[in-house]
Design a protein around this ligand. Structure first.
Ligand code: F6P
Length: 554
């Protein structure tokens, strides 16, 4: 594939012209008035008869018309998105910098439909069976700790993709959780994270899950070593480690060197990216918390979305639509961020999860053709659960000077029917996109204020300009399958944007430099000698900071 600059595609220039001629002054109030069927035109419902999942995507409150939407679809065609999707599903090494396939879709291909010829794919099923046996044994109490007691707490030790997915999913699926099994997640190298967790754990009944694709990540290995020391202080005998430590990794040798028994190792493969790994052995904590059957439902839901992504026409393809609309704002309106706003308390980690998913994937400036892009790539992803966000940052979304496209997500059904809470929650979910789209004009404000309308500042302060774009996504209920499908939807949106921008969404070279410098600085801190700082080759700012620290460290 040529991997041209996106801006070199003919439709890019046309989109630029459309932005100038109508996009930037597009008026949603007029658009809805002029077309009573706008919702029907710009919404798609996806459902599967194979799993308990259904997603409605309403993208009608975007600054698009047919001409713009068709031009965006042309951009996807010119970038050969379909071909790139096929290459991904075929196991081509689309992660070109690392010469790897990108096959998280193979992890959830539970029935083996994709027939991918890549080493390790045939090991997915046996590995899932291993996860089933193990999680069943722990959950039933059959798996015993070194004093013969069943496991009461699990501690997942991992960071980035080896943490965020399990955290987000176990939170989102809490209604399915085994409530007498406490789940903890330790990620930060800050000793406080581990110390506070160990404070509430009992070595006799705690299982540590060391989750690291590479098994070399400084935070994870340091935290795991601290946990092992803490455990051995009580258990004394190293042989007991086997009952309390398991590893999830592609690096079997390093996990063995750490002392993990062969049978307590859950492996995956280098074609699973860290931020796409919750479907692999990295999901063991999920299976422990919600049970293996539910974990498999999560996989099956994602698989159904994979099939939709692979087979649906571009114009009806939910991930493609989300990706194109994102590009419209990111590259033509100059939007820098994208908010993800789930109206479901259990989904409160969803935006955090896709912060890594999106930003580590698409925060790149080099194309696969080694050119520097001359357009913006990945957006800044942020957000939090509604309605909390409304009382924190929505002011800026409604009346600030920045255009912030938002995805609103909500379930039709709640897991907790408490009085009228759900109706109140959803009234906000429906109201916010409406307010953002249509705003409130100066005339409306004046009419509302009556006599007070003579206060010009008050009038102007109450105006909502509107035309602030949103997508609204509704699920029937946050079930394992529905969540799986929703996560896969966002994963594939990221893929399509990467395909169009011609970047490699599947490496993460940008995290390396800081790690290397930290390794260089650590010996200076360990030496506890400020006089060694000068001459260590740092700039005056870094040296000044180091000396301040060393002169004041206790
Ligand atoms: O699973 P590992 O190898 O410990 O890596 C953890 C995380 O570190 C990164 O490599 C960089 O932040 C992520 O991509 C990854 O999810």
């Amino acid at each position: 594939m040529a991997h041209k600059l996106a801006s070199a595609q003919p439709s890019w220039q046309k989109l630029q012209q459309l932005y100038e001629s109508k996009g930037k002054q597009y008026n949603l109030t007029q658009a809805f008035k002029a077309d009573a069927s706008r919702f029907d035109t710009y919404s798609r419902e996806w459902k599967s008869d194979k799993v308990d999942a259904r997603i409605l995507l309403d993208f009608s409150k975007n600054l698009i018309d047919d001409e713009i939407f068709n031009q965006l679809l042309s951009l996807a065609q010119e970038a050969e998105v379909k071909k790139q999707i096929d290459q991904m599903f075929a196991g081509d090494h689309i992660n070109t910098s690392e010469d790897r396939a990108v096959l998280h879709v193979a992890l959830r291909d539970v029935e083996g439909e994709f027939k991918i010829n890549e080493a390790g794919v045939d090991e997915v099923k046996p590995e899932l069976e291993h996860m089933k046996r193990f999680s069943d044994a722990v959950r039933s109490g059959e798996w015993k700790g070194y004093t013969g007691k069943p496991i009461k707490s699990i501690v997942n030790i991992g960071i980035g993709g080896s943490d965020l997915g399990p955290v987000m999913v176990t939170e989102a699926l809490k209604p399915y959780a085994k409530r007498d099994l406490d789940a903890h997640f330790v990620s930060n190298i800050d000793g406080t994270h581990m110390a506070e967790t160990l404070r509430v754990c009992d070595p006799e009944t705690t299982l540590f899950i060391v989750a690291s694709k590479t098994f070399t990540t400084q935070e994870t290995i340091t935290n795991a070593t601290t946990a092992r020391d803490w455990f051995l202080e009580a258990a004394k005998d190293k042989a007991h480690v086997a009952k309390h430590f398991v590893a999830l990794s592609t690096n079997v040798k390093a996990a063995t060197d750490f002392g993990i028994a062969q049978e307590n190792m859950f492996k995956f493969w280098d074609w699973v990216g860290g931020r796409y790994s919750l479907w692999s052995a990295i999901g063991l904590s999920i299976a422990l918390v919600i049970g293996y059957e539910r974990f498999e439902e999560l996989l099956r839901g994602a698989h159904q979305m994979d099939l939709h992504f692979k087979n649906a026409e571009l114009k009806d393809n939910l991930p493609v639509i989300l990706a194109l609309i994102g590009i419209w704002y990111n590259d033509f309106f100059g939007s820098e961020t994208q908010a993800i706003l789930p109206y479901d308390q259990y989904m409160h980690k969803f935006a955090d999860y896709f912060q890594q998913g999106d930003m580590e994937s698409n925060g790149k400036f080099i194309t696969k053709n080694s050119e520097r892009v001359n357009y913006h790539t990945g957006p800044i992803i942020w957000g939090q659960a509604g309605t909390n966000g409304q009382h924190a940052f929505y002011q800026l979304i409604h009346q600030g000077t920045k255009l912030i496209p938002c995805d609103f997500i909500a379930p039709v059904e709640t897991h907790n029917r408490v009085g009228e809470h759900h109706e109140i929650l959803l009234s906000n979910f429906f109201a916010q996109p409406e307010a953002l789209a249509f705003g409130k004009s100066e005339d409306e404000v004046r009419a509302e204020l009556g006599a007070q309308a003579s206060n010009e500042f008050l009038v102007k302060s109450k105006v909502f300009e509107g035309n602030r774009p949103t997508n609204s996504i509704m699920l029937q209920k946050i079930t394992p399958a529905a969540l799986g499908a929703l996560i896969a939807l966002y994963e594939h949106k990221i893929a399509v944007q990467g395909f169009i921008w011609s970047i490699n969404s599947y490496d993460q070279m940008g995290v390396e430099l800081g790690k290397v410098l930290a390794k260089k600085i650590l010996p200076l801190l360990q030496a506890k000698d400020a006089s060694k700082v000068d001459g260590a080759g740092h700039d005056s700012s870094t040296s000044g900071l180091l000396k301040f620290y060393l002169n004041n460290a206790k």
